[in-house]
Design a protein around this ligand. Structure first.
Ligand SMILES: [Zn+2]
Length: 490
């Protein structure tokens, strides 16, 4: 069913594999191909001159290489900030200062995979060089929205299982409405990491994370250890507050901490993924990582702390009139506003009792495929049970009976308006490469300079419980995953 629906979405739909083929060209490869193609047949004199030139070039490159090696190797002996490539390390490094493992889980919202190349990011680069990176990014869960994804990272569960199926939805049994500030435990199913950690008698501290304010198990969002989201707190203050935990006696330092930045998602929604304002936001996030590293180094614990730096989803531009209007389907079926729980990029339709969802899907599909609805081919509607299995978006009553998958960068609206249409969005099919974010693991159990294949963010939960050596709750992650990415104990 997965491949069938991929083909339904049309030949232009990039699967993750196709998108990877379009990876930005490797500069060294590009240079090599230029040399090859620019070597015309030569006469003997030209050949001698050419060969001499090549030899001179090689010698200068060799000399500069030796110089660079000597320079970097001498400075790295005095400073741990240099890139260390120790391919021979086969076991985890012992803690030198901390008495117990500490995991710091950092989310930079909407940090699309590839943003790290937009501008020099020396601090993120340092974590990558001395840690383990998902080489082609972290795969979000569907829908690629903030709340479903952050809570999947925290619980290891797909949204259908943890209950946060959208940023906004209705509980059908009660008619109660979920929105992002609802903190009653009834909405938030599963067992998030902070709850698992305190249930095991360890300490957790959250500096913002969707769901962290909710009281669950022994976790009651304690004052001083749990911050209620407030976007007016500067990023610097967030970093400094987390650092203060490392001033506590070692036994009192929380075993698990979260840190959250709402950028570069904020800018991405306003201007799309390609704009100088994104570059600035990325540079600012990198500065915050630098501030964190510096603070940890000052306290002598940087090498002991496990840092997991990731994002919840990517971002894609939504310009160029890529719009689909539900009112255009009127000749086939009328979809009134109050049937629609969310428009875009997750189209969620809940027809009233007495209206057959299959009938709605059939009529909408007929209209969209007719060629008479503008951009109609870029929206595919499904009964939720017919969605591709790889999306795992079935099995919860909170998911509406009809779900629309929208082509990358397109948006669905009720009717035409004169509003501004350019910006950025996420929430699309998680097979789109643009929806991927980053994953970097840095710490005693992560090999330096290692690249691992992309994986889904539901694997993070088991990774954290494994590093903390506690038994996690059952979840959708793979039990063996941590072994595939962590160095074994010494
Ligand atoms: Zn987000």
């Amino acid at each position: 069913m997965g491949t069938a629906s991929l083909s339904i979405l049309g030949p232009s739909k990039p699967t993750s594999a196709a998108a990877e083929d379009e990876d930005p060209s490797n500069p060294s490869t590009a240079l090599l191909s230029n040399v090859e193609s620019s070597t015309p047949p030569q006469n003997p004199t030209t050949t001698i001159l050419f060969v001499t030139l090549i030899i001179i070039t090689c010698l200068s490159l060799l000399a500069s290489g030796v110089f660079a090696f000597l320079f970097f190797s001498s400075s790295s002996s005095s400073k741990s900030s240099q890139v260390l490539h120790n391919n021979t390390e086969s076991t985890a490094r012992p803690l030198t200062k901390l008495e117990h493992p500490v995991v710091l889980l950092i989310s930079t919202d909407g940090f699309r995979f590839g943003y790290q190349f937009k501008t020099p990011t020396p601090n993120i680069g340092r974590l990558i060089a001395n840690g383990t990176e998902a080489e082609t990014g972290l795969i979000p869960v569907f829908p690629t929205l903030t709340f479903p994804n952050h809570y999947s990272i925290a619980t290891g569960l797909y949204p259908a299982s943890h209950g946060i199926v959208n940023n906004h939805f209705i509980e059908p049994s009660t008619g109660d409405v979920f929105y992002m500030k609802r903190h009653e435990p009834k909405w938030w199913l599963g067992e998030p990491l902070w709850e698992t950690v305190v249930n095991h008698g360890l300490k957790a501290a959250t500096y913002f994370w969707p769901g962290s304010e909710v009281h669950k198990g022994l976790w009651d969002c304690p004052v001083n250890y749990c911050k209620v989201f407030n976007d007016s707190v500067s990023f610097e203050e967030r970093v400094d507050s987390v650092l203060k935990f490392f001033d506590l006696p070692s036994s009192e330092i929380p075993d698990f901490m979260t840190l959250y930045f709402e950028d570069p998602d904020t800018q991405g929604h306003k201007v799309g993924a390609d704009d100088p304002r994104i570059t600035e936001a990325v540079a600012h996030i990198d500065k915050m990582i630098g501030r964190l590293i510096e603070g940890l180094e000052k306290r002598g614990v940087f090498e002991d702390v496990t840092i997991l730096l990731l994002g919840d989803h990517g971002m894609v531009g939504t310009c160029d009139g890529k719009l689909i209007f539900l009112d255009d389907l009127a000749p086939w079926i009328n979809i009134p506003k109050d049937w629609v729980q969310s428009y875009t990029p997750l189209l969620s339709i809940w027809p009233p009792a007495g209206v057959s969802p299959s009938d709605v899907v059939a009529k909408m599909t007929e209209g969209l495929n007719s060629g008479k609805v503008e951009n109609g081919m870029n929206l595919k509607v499904f009964l939720k049970e017919d969605l591709p299995q790889r999306l795992h978006y079935v099995g919860s009553d909170r998911i509406s009976p009809i779900i629309g998958l929208i082509e990358e960068g397109f948006k669905v609206k009720q009717k035409r308006s004169k509003g501004k249409e350019c910006g950025g969005a996420h929430g699309y099919d998680n097979a789109f490469f643009s929806m991927r974010s980053i994953f970097i693991g840095h710490g005693p159990q992560f090999a330096r300079g290692r690249k691992v294949p992309s994986f889904e963010n539901i694997q993070i939960y088991n990774l954290v419980t494994s590093i903390l050596k506690i038994q996690g709750a059952s979840n959708n992650g793979t039990v063996s995953f941590p072994n595939s990415i962590l160095l074994p104990p010494p």
